[in-house]
Ligand binder design. Structure first.
Ligand code: NAP
Length: 476
């Protein structure tokens, strides 16, 4: 009986280091690692030792015999990855990463990290692998861990366990956390650059993208980022205007954040009460009149931005009906996402009072309302192949959906950092393998843009720290 990865895991590769037979893929050096929403265990080579279970920071791995009915699809998902990737070398001993030593004086490695989210914590861990190194992490909020604290949905308690891994990183000798210090206000880049061997910015992509459509500024129209911050108790979003007095909420976009907010809006508040959701948000959700959340994807099912594990989790909800509309008449089952969507689309309606509607080929035209949001006008789109990229173009077929709240969940955008260059197009700080200029570095979303999973930041931070060390040692 093999072990099985059962969720969109953190992908930080801890399990691969622990595995004695190298049966977990894709690894950091393999194709697809940076884009895969999870890692997979090869049932043919797993020796069922359970080492990966102990190493996994988010409790994502289970022995086959302990899968719940909702997790059973992951048995097939894990196995199919290896059927689809027969080139993978199986059963070679996993690499062990030794502690490293600098060629030059190790005590020179004194690094300031700005931001204590996943990229900052993984960068700190990488630096502290060098004996004698020290790290000072500066965080503007009064609690650490950034998106791992304020971005993970409260019904994903296993993913939130990544905090424990960050606590272990923070407990290492040489690690210092400075909370409530905002770089640019309380301390300048110049001061940091003068006081440390190097400065790494891991400040994420805190801004949300805008739709630029009429009505976007109405009360009740807001970013999913703000809504996620609200239910997670982020101090910047505690007081936002959340209107749950209407039966319908419309979410624009169909990425994993859109699925998160749809699940929280339709969840049984008593199940959320068992989580660490912000108490004020729980009180409001207990009085919520919301019965339907509609997710608008401007393109088709094949182009949906959510990932397979998240979709499987959505389909497994028992107290919410999930409905697929406008799916271009047929959904291709060639991909695992297509097969999962098709199975959801084909099942009979459930006798429950809350539902999530996945609507495709539907773009927002304008948000309607006088004093506040009352609805949204939606344009049907058709898809065109533009040099291999599938784009949505609007048709003149429109519909109006009444709604009390419209959440745009269309991705994040970086905020410029004082004294550093900024690329307006991508919302990132231009860099080469993490180097902005020698002595100043970036990692995480401010380096590569708002994509990937918590653990993607480990490989991203590893690359940045390798660049930093190479600069310090004088070789490129
Ligand atoms: P995302 O995955 O980039 O999805 C953005 C969505 O917005 C897409 O559906 C996109 O459609 C749509 N969109 C963009 N501009 C639009 C416009 N002008 N009008 C209509 N729709 C528009 O972003 P995200 O959901 O914020 O997630 C960010 C990252 O965090 C992702 O890598 C995600 O996987 C990760 N994340 C992971 C988890 C998890 O693993 N559980 C949870 C949350 C977030 P097009 O595709 O047509 O552009």
């Amino acid at each position: 009986m093999p072990h099985v990865v059962t969720q969109s895991c953190c992908s930080d590769a801890s399990c691969m280091v622990a595995c004695p037979v190298n049966c977990i893929h894709p690894g950091p050096t393999e194709d697809g690692f940076s884009t895969s929403s999870m890692v997979f265990i090869d049932p043919a080579t797993c020796v069922d030792c359970g080492a990966c279970v102990t190493a996994c920071p988010v409790d994502a791995i289970k022995p086959h015999g302990k899968l719940t009915p909702a997790e059973l699809p992951f048995l097939e998902i894990n196995a199919r990855y290896f059927d689809d990737n027969p080139h993978l070398i199986r059963s070679v001993l996993a690499p062990v990463h030794p502690r490293r030593a600098l060629r030059n004086d190790a005590s020179r490695l004194r690094v300031a990290i700005v931001g204590s989210g996943p990229a900052g914590m993984y960068a700190a861990d990488e630096i502290l692998r060098y004996p004698g190194a020290t790290v000072d992490v500066y965080e503007r909020l009064d609690k650490p861990y950034g998106l791992a604290r304020y971005g993970v949905a409260p019904d994903h308690q296993r993913t939130r366990k990544i905090h424990n891994q960050f606590d272990v990183i923070a407990s290492q000798p040489g690690f210092q956390l400075h909370l409530g210090i905002e770089v640019g206000i309380d301390i300048t880049h110049e001061q940091l650059a003068a006081g440390y061997t190097a400065v790494i910015y891991t400040v994420g992509a805190p801004n949300d993208r805008k739709l630029d459509i009429p009505g976007e500024g109405l009360p009740g129209s807001m970013s999913a980022t703000g809504f996620v911050g609200w239910y997670n108790g982020h101090p910047d979003f505690c007081d936002i205007d959340v209107n749950l007095d209407h039966e319908r909420v419309v979410v624009i976009g169909n990425g994993n954040v859109a699925l998160d907010v749809a699940r929280i809006l339709t969840a049984d508040p008593e199940s959320l009460a068992k989580t660490d959701i912000a108490p004020a948000a729980l009180d409001r959700l207990r009085q919520s009149k919301v019965r339907e959340v509609v997710l608008l994807g401007r393109r088709g099912p094949a182009e949906a931005a959510f990932t397979l594990p998240e979709l499987v989790g959505l389909g497994a909800l028992t107290d919410v009906d999930v409905v697929v509309e406008n799916h271009s008449e047929s959904i291709s089952c060639d991909t695992q996402v297509g097969a999962a969507l098709s199975s959801i689309a084909g099942r009979p309606a459930r006798e429950v009072d809350r539902r999530i509607v996945l609507r495709f080929r539907s773009a927002p035209a304008r948000i309607l309302g006088n004093e506040r949001v009352e609805g949204i006008e939606v344009q049907r789109t058709h898809l065109v192949n533009d040099n291999g990229k599938i784009r949505a173009t609007a048709t003149d077929e429109t519909t109006v959906l009444e709604a009390g709240m419209v959440l745009r969940s269309i991705g994040f955008y970086g905020r410029p950092v004082d004294d550093l260059p900024f690329d307006e197009q991508t919302g990132t700080v231009p860099n080469t393998a993490g180097r902005v200029v020698p002595g100043t570095y970036v990692a995480g979303w401010i380096k590569r843009g708002p994509t990937g999973f918590l653990g993607t930041n480990r490989t991203c931070a590893q690359e940045t720290v390798a660049t930093l060390v190479a600069d310090l040692e004088g070789y490129r």
